[in-house]
Design a protein around this ligand. Structure first.
Ligand code: FAD
Length: 497
């Protein structure tokens, strides 16, 4: 093992990790940013960096030999297929009661997500982060996050005419006819680029159905926003294909961090050790929770709070499709970037996005991802016999989410004389209730940590990702994760360095 000492080590390069690395480096601190996944800066065998959603290949999944697509079936046929085992971009991590989808690579979830960049309504913020000053968040940190991420809203005139949003206009019509408020969902996609895609003057990305396994153009992931700024500081060393396995107090102060280097088959090729004065956990809600629960249980960090691993939620994610009448065609060309939302949060506990079903053919289907106010919370625990961390979420805990989503779609179906699709998640199965895209919690702010993410029990250790948020953000989470990280790192830079 080679010994090295760094002032700050950041575990994971998603939203929280990138905010931490940038702001520390700007404050003059040298940072080692460690990332489990690949760099995603080199074209594959087809000349493209990222695989298309409709043709998953070796790049698409994290160390699986068979795809596990969120939409598993179509017209009754299973869609999954064999792929070579590779350190691909999307991890479908299976716990006993839920599959948690996560991004793997430099840029974390920003590489795979839909880019929907939603700031919660202020009236809901008290239940999202009850211990955080809302005035500061809405005055300073949400604006900072929105600017840093490049968030923008679709040109409403163009929306009315673009073929690729016919599905969203149908979704709006049905929502409005049932009396639900409709709104545009902001995104980090470059809307001018999308206009050019529709006009046929640039290579298609959103209009070629790219999402889930990366976008080759158009979407501003962290690769286009925070990461160039991080590199420009000259103070951040990024190590892709390295997994942090242990963090433990070092004899001379600080923490000894053990890293496994991986090859693209997932095999460990080297074990390294770094000593860091400060360690920032930004491995995502699941990654950070798993590390902290293991490190407490195995005695590496014995003083961590009993709150570590608790307060985990799925942001109430649930998916469904509706079968439209033949006169409500949703379009063969569908932008993979959703831009339409139905807000029934106050009355029914559900905020639904009109999602694409980019199959390339007319499906007469409307497809939705709902975020709901599901009250269930799960906990991670160390399973010593199996040498792994378990999560006690149960599939049945999604029932409140289904009930809340039904406050929207039962009403729309009744009004339109339509029915739910039963062919998208299996055979005769309406609800996509087996998964989440939005893991949150496991090291909740003000419980496992203080009110700025300092872990109780071990000074110099911080959490700065989605695990701080207690299970639900009322909308898509990454703007809130980024804004909270901006708030916390500003305090930490000012007082702890
Ligand atoms: P992440 O972005 O998950 O980053 C954590 C990083 O840490 C990862 O890169 C991981 O590989 C790395 N890591 C994990 N363990 C280790 C370890 N032991 N050592 C080193 N590195 C490690 N949110 C929205 O707001 N809008 C959307 O439209 C949206 N769509 C989504 C679509 C999909 C398919 C998915 C999967 C997610 C979507 N999300 C969306 C959710 C959003 O991407 C996440 O909430 C966000 O990425 C979480 O940020 P984070 O900083 O907490 O962690």
């Amino acid at each position: 093992a080679d010994a090295a000492r760094v002032p700050a080590l950041v575990v994971g390069s998603g939203y929280g990790g990138c905010v931490a690395a940038l702001r520390l480096a700007e404050a003059g601190v040298d940072v080692h940013l460690v990332e489990l996944g690949m760099a995603w800066d080199t074209p594959g065998t087809d000349g493209k960096i990222f695989a298309n959603t409709t043709t998953p290949d070796y790049r698409s999944f994290w160390l699986r030999t068979r795809t596990k697509q969120p939409l598993s079936n179509f017209l009754g046929f299973p869609l999954d297929k064999e792929v070579p085992r590779h350190t691909g971009i999307l991890d479908a991590e299976e716990f006993s009661g839920i599959t948690v989808y996560q991004g793997r690579g430099v840029g974390g979830g920003s590489l795979v997500n839909g880019g929907m960049a939603v700031t919660p309504k202020r009236e809901n913020f008290g239940s999202v982060l009850p211990t955080v000053d809302a005035d500061e968040m809405y005055g300073v940190y949400y604006p900072r996050a929105n600017a840093g991420l490049g968030v923008a809203t679709i040109d409403p005139d163009w929306f009315e005419t673009a073929d690729c949003y016919q599905y969203a206009r149908v979704g709006r019509k049905h929502a409005q006819r049932s009396g639900f408020p409709f709104l545009f969902v902001p995104d980090v996609y470059d809307w001018d680029y999308m206009k050019k895609e529709q006009a046929g003057t640039v290579p298609r990305s959103a209009l070629a159905g790219e999402i889930l396994y990366g976008n080759n153009a158009g979407k501003k992931s962290l690769q286009q926003t925070y990461l160039p700024r991080i590199k420009a500081t000259g103070r951040v060393t990024i190590s892709p294909l390295h997994r942090v396995t242990t963090v433990t107090p070092a004899s001379g102060g600080g923490y000894t961090v053990v890293l496994e280097q991986l090859d693209t088959s997932g095999a460990v090729t080297a074990i390294k050790s770094v000593t860091a004065d400060k360690v920032f956990f930004a491995a995502g809600s699941v990654g950070t929770s798993k590390l902290l629960v293991k490190l407490k249980a195995t005695g590496a960090l014995p003083n961590l709070s009993n709150e570590v691993g608790r307060g985990w939620g799925d942001n109430g994610n649930v998916m469904c499709g509706r079968a439209n009448h033949m006169w409500d065609a949703t379009g063969a060309l569908q932008s993979s970037i959703p831009t339409a939302g139905i807000d029934n949060w106050a009355a029914g506990g559900a905020f639904a996005e009109v999602a694409p079903l980019p199959t390339g053919i007319e499906t007469y289907a409307s497809f939705y991802l709902s975020i709901t106010k599901n009250p269930n919370r799960a906990a991670f625990s160390w399973n010593a016999a199996a040498n792994k961390v378990d999560l006690n979420w149960q599939t049945a805990w999604k029932q409140p989410s289904i009930d809340m989503a039904k406050t929207i779609f039962d009403k729309i179906n009744a009004k339109e004389g339509t029915i739910y699709r039963t062919d998208l998640f299996g055979v005769y199965k309406i609800w996509g209730d087996h998964l989440t895209y939005h893991p949150l919690g496991g090291a909740v702010l003000g419980k496992a940590t203080d009110n700025y993410g300092r872990l109780h029990g071990h000074p110099g250790l911080y959490v700065i990702d989605g695990s701080l948020i207690p299970g639900n953000t009322s909308v898509n989470p990454f703007v809130t994760i980024t804004a909270l990280a901006e708030r916390n790192i500003e305090k930490i830079v000012a007082t702890d360095l």
